[in-house]
Design a protein around this ligand. Structure first.
Ligand code: SF4
Length: 194
């Protein structure tokens, strides 16, 4: 079945398990970019052996680096914000079910091949009428309808304009995050996002 916020098997099966199998019994440091101003834990080992060979490291937390500090590091290093933050507010799998509708539209426009791949995982059972889709109540095929795309874009642009008015100095990523948070308040993947 497709992973979802109720049945979130993907993080363990697709990320943590393969990672731990790859590392095996070697001693390894796992660097996790959770900031000092975030209240979450990124990596919880699956292994039950007493040998905890994968050591999580939190350099930002340890150095007290907050979101503003991270922006500063990105700006001063010349790297800047990754381009995908123009249309997406979280990193993660291309098919992540936590994506908001406008992020799916972004995926369609920026990476149509990946959108098609994600679409190919959706299944419909014509006998029972059951639908297995990434977004609740809407398939990616339906979402890719030009009229629907316009509707989604319009709503996001309206949201952005109103947030910009409230906080004119906010960065695009923060405005988009606020807009997306208004659309949907599900908790993101604690290992995968941001
Ligand atoms: S990014 Fe999304 S789809 Fe990928 S493992 Fe995390 S929760 Fe699952």
């Amino acid at each position: 079945m497709l992973p979802s916020s109720q049945v979130r098997w993907c993080t363990i099966k697709l990320k943590i398990k393969p990672f731990e199998e790859y590392v095996g019994e070697d001693h390894a440091y796992h660097y996790i970019a959770i900031r000092a101003d975030e209240d979450r834990v990124g990596y919880k080992p699956l292994k039950t052996t007493s040998l905890r060979n994968i050591e999580p490291k939190y350099p930002f937390k340890e150095d007290g680096k907050t979101k503003e500090d991270v922006y500063q590091i990105l700006e001063e290093s010349g790297l800047g914000m990754p381009d995908y933050y123009n249309w997406r507010t979280r990193s993660g799998c291309y098919f992540c079910f936590f994506q908001r509708k406008s992020e799916w539209v972004g995926l369609l426009e920026q990476h149509p091949d990946l959108f098609e791949l994600a679409k190919s995982y959706e299944k419909f059972n014509p006998e029972t009428g059951e639908r297995f889709t990434w977004c609740q109540g809407e398939s990616l095929e339906e979402l890719a309808n030009p009229e629907r795309i316009e509707q989604i874009k319009e709503r996001t642009e309206k949201g952005k304009a109103s947030k910009k008015k409230d906080k004119p100095n906010q960065r695009l990523i923060e405005i988009l995050t606020d807009v997306h948070d208004d659309e949907d308040d599900e908790e993101p993947c604690l290992v995968c996002h941001k």
